[in-house]
Design a protein around this ligand. Structure first.
Ligand code: DLL
Length: 433
């Protein structure tokens, strides 16, 4: 099923024309309404008059997460605050989140692209969808929520957590689809198995999974455990949230909603375009955003694009599964974690030396997250009770900042390796195939 055949199956030349028109419009918008963009374009010697086709996009300067931080919270808005109807945010390296503002039209675009995803997953107004992405500043919950309502489906706005209740309601309300991170889906699958219900008492048919990298083997594992078909949904807060891209029934890559979000792949080091089909950093330009349009936004996500028509009939470009990120952000159980956030917490806690080591792994398809922290001499003791308390204290503090709790391993003073250059503080053992 296709939600918007006119656009999703549009002739590539037509698409190019639409993108060109929209690029011109959005460039004019930021140039006239947003000082930092105007300045940056002036520095690069480009004006809106230089942008006449989508191919001219390479003349425009890049934007990045750093810009969102530098102009925190509202410096990159291109609409007056009176037109902003929703704020979303994601955690950043500095403790300050990255904040975005959406207008009414932006929300309509989001609902539209969300509906395209759910329809491609085979969902209709007859379906009941349990949304178990977190609600709140994170885009997952509300993004999926609005998409379900747009196709006329029934939404169960569960949010994440409270696993036993998730299982009970999924069973009692007869949810046909589950929207959450793939790792949470696995957890839920285990909880289903351990529950008082048999698997065939659930009506679950489709999984709407994204917000973190996941492998084909993980997909199979979830599909088998839950007896469902699992689909990939891609997105990021800065661009809109879930719905930037989606798989169709062919599951031969992630179609990108390129009438709204124009993708490019560049070399992460040089910023130069890579050859067609080659892996590089994904860059997006929002072609229709009003609140906070982003021009050539560096996602740090690594992937490749393919333009051959898909057998589903869609002409939208297809993106390979995200291979990883080219910066140091870790995604653990769907949550963005920066080592510097952990560092900040440890440094603020008097019992610890400013040395730590993070080990991330994936065991039985679930992320493990260990932080080794070095206790100061004065606080280190053989007393198990006081050591356990210390562990608890730091684990809670870290959870307060990043939202998930690590396994803390307290280590003796001076036992962690000291750095003579750049510190290596993360070991990510997860191998994504
Ligand atoms: O994770 C938005 C989202 C919510 C997408 C629910 C899908 C479902 P952020 O928190 O800003 O937004 O994180 C964005 O997560 O740059 C990728 O690195 C990663 N990511 C998101 N979806 C996928 C996916 C949401 N399907 C960052 N596969 C992105 C791999 C993904 N990585």
């Amino acid at each position: 099923m296709i939600w918007n055949e006119t656009v999703e199956c549009m002739d590539r030349e037509e698409m190019k024309k639409l993108q060109s028109l929209r690029l011109k419009r959005v460039v004019e918008r930021v140039y006239h309404n947003c000082e930092p963009y105007r300045k940056r374009m002036q520095e690069a010697g480009v004006t809106p008059e230089d942008i006449n086709s989508i191919d001219d996009i390479v003349k425009l300067p890049f934007s990045s997460k750093k810009d969102l931080r530098d102009y925190y919270p509202f410096g990159l808005l291109s609409s007056p605050m009176s037109e902003i109807v929703r704020i979303h945010a994601s955690s950043g390296t500095t403790g300050k989140p990255i904040v975005v503002g959406l207008t009414r039209n932006d929300l309509s675009v989001w609902k539209e692209v969300g509906a395209r995803c759910l329809t491609a997953f085979g969902l209709t107004n007859k379906d009941i969808v349990q949304v178990s992405y977190g609600y709140g500043l994170f885009t997952g919950g509300l993004g999926a929520h609005d998409a379900v309502q747009n196709i006329g489906g029934t939404v169960i706005p569960m949010s994440s957590g409270n696993t036993q209740k998730q299982i009970m309601l999924m069973h009692d309300l007869g949810a046909n689809a589950l929207a959450c991170t793939p790792s949470y889906a696995l957890y839920l699958a285990e909880a289903m198995e351990a529950s008082e219900y048999n698997r065939d008492e659930f009506k679950l048919r489709v999984g709407v999974f994204g917000a973190e990298p996941w492998t084909e083997s993980m997909r199979k594992e979830i599909e088998q455990k839950m007896g469902i078909k699992a689909y990939d949904i891609y997105g990021l807060t800065e661009i809109i949230g879930p719905g930037v891209g989606y798989e169709c029934e062919c599951q031969n890559g992630t179609h990108l909603n390129e009438d709204h979000f124009y993708p490019e792949i560049v070399d992460p080091e040089t910023g130069e375009p890579v050859e067609l089909g080659q892996v590089g950093e994904l860059v997006f330009t929002t072609l229709t955003k009003e609140g906070m349009p982003l021009i050539r936004f560096r996602t740090r996500d690594l992937t490749a694009l393919h333009y051959e028509k898909c057998s589903c009939g869609r002409t939208f470009v297809r993106m390979d599964k995200i291979m990883g990120r080219c910066d140091d952000m870790l995604i653990i159980r769907g949550v963005n974690v920066f080592p510097s956030q952990i560092e900040a917490v440890i440094c603020e806690t008097e019992e610890f030396e400013p040395h730590f080591f993070i080990t991330v792994d994936r065991i039985n398809n679930t992320d493990t997250f260990e932080v080794q922290v070095e206790v100061k001499e004065a606080f280190y003791s053989d007393d198990i009770k006081s050591m356990l308390e210390l562990k608890k204290k730091i684990a809670h503090k870290i959870q307060g900042v990043i939202g998930i709790q690590p396994d803390i391993k307290l280590v003796e003073p001076r036992s962690l390796q000291r750095s003579e250059g750049k510190a290596k503080r993360v070991l990510d053992k997860r191998v994504l195939v």
